[in-house]
Write a protein that binds this ligand. Structure first.
Ligand SMILES: *Cc1c(COP(=O)(O)O)cnc(C)c1O
Length: 345
């Protein structure tokens, strides 16, 4: 029986085309700047998001950390969302490793941070306060349901921040999902901001890696931090080769995951034991709660699903996340619907 793994899109395995590209990739020592495949990936990534330069990093977490440490110095402050990945799930790295402070602001339900809330969080020039240096956004926003922000919002935040001498970083782990969902060029989302990290290892199916992009000067600084943090890899072209396939072949097809997420949500919304978050899923993930009359909790329900070969993410006592990706097809979606139907009677 095929295991249907909906816990995350990080579980995606490399495609056959990726494995072939990886086997054939010309490589060199990337710390010396001599890996042609890494260099090609970095150039391709930068061109895609409309930035001067890119930096291949082992993970999205390291990409965000390097970005924030490159933008900020000791005692500086970053305005970020209370439900942001950078705040919740990155070990507080900006503080432990960079002596950088965070001003946490509640996002709107759609994952945006309201301009007036950013404005209220900007510190006065006063010896009592840390220096506000950076605004960090997340697009798509994971904890807010895989929601996306439109170009107009990205432009508004960019304009607001730049007018005050602040910079903007986007945790764009799933920025291509955001672009594809809106049918816009990703540059419309990344153009207004100073730096962006995106993951190759999620819906884009590469086994490892993210790319941080920004200006040439910014990436030169970021390259120092990558080495400093132990992220300088050697013949990393083996990995970058898969990332090139991701960018060339796997971006447009993200729309299939979004369509399947909507179909899955439609079918599950017929089940009275499940309360789906309102609205159709924005991208490739859906969140839901067990209804009050279900005796089991989320962990018990996930165990029962596991016995039926379905893995889901438990994100609260009665809450789940289901993520669609390349290795989930229409038959799998049917199996998930019927497994949940069997368990929740
Ligand atoms: C996955 C993810 C990251 C980075 O995760 P890694 O596992 O370190 O690659 C960053 N931000 C968001 C929103 C994510 O979903």
């Amino acid at each position: 029986m095929k295991i249907i793994d909906l816990r995350s899109d990080t579980v995606t395995q490399p495609t056959p085309a990726m494995r072939e590209a990886m086997a054939k990739a010309p490589v060199g020592d990337d710390v010396y700047g001599e890996d042609p495949t890494v260099n090609a990936l970095e150039e391709l990534a930068a061109a895609k998001v409309g930035k001067e330069a890119g930096l291949f990093v082992p993970s999205g977490t390291m990409g965000n950390l390097i970005a924030m440490l490159s933008h900020c110095g000791r005692g500086d402050e970053i305005i970020l969302g209370k439900r942001a990945h950078t705040f919740l799930y990155e070990g507080g790295g900006i503080s432990t490793l960079g002596s950088v402070h965070s001003a946490q602001v509640w996002e709107q339900a759609d994952g945006s941070i309201a301009l007036e809330d950013i404005e209220a969080a900007v510190r006065p020039d006063d010896v009592h306060a840390p220096r506000t240096r950076l605004v960090a956004l997340e697009n798509t926003h994971n904890r807010c349901g895989g929601t996306f922000q439109p170009p107009a919002y990205m432009a508004a935040v960019g304009e607001f921040a730049h007018a005050r001498g602040l910079r903007v970083h986007v945790d764009g782990a799933r920025i291509f999902n955001a672009a594809v969902a809106q049918n816009v060029d990703v540059k419309a989302l990344t153009g207004p901001v100073d730096s962006v990290t995106f993951c190759l290892s999620k819906g884009l199916c590469a086994p490892v890696g993210s790319v941080l992009c920004g200006s040439r000067a910014f990436i030169a600084e970021a390259r120092r931090w990558r080495k400093h943090l132990g992220g300088g890899m050697r013949q990393a072209g083996i990995l970058a080769a898969a990332g090139i396939v991701s960018l060339n072949e796997m971006v447009e097809r993200l729309a299939e995951d979004h369509a399947r997420a909507r179909r899955l949500a439609g079918a599950l919304s017929m089940n009275p034991k499940l309360v789906l978050d309102s609205g159709s899923p924005a991208t490739n993930m859906l969140f839901m709660n067990l209804s009050n009359d279900v005796g089991m909790d989320a962990a018990q329900t996930a165990d029962a699903l596991r016995e039926r070969g379905v893995l889901v993410g438990v994100t609260g006592a009665r809450r789940f996340r289901l993520v669609l990706h390349y290795w989930i097809d229409d038959k799998d979606v049917e199996r998930v619907v019927s497994a949940l139907g069997d368990i929740l009677t």
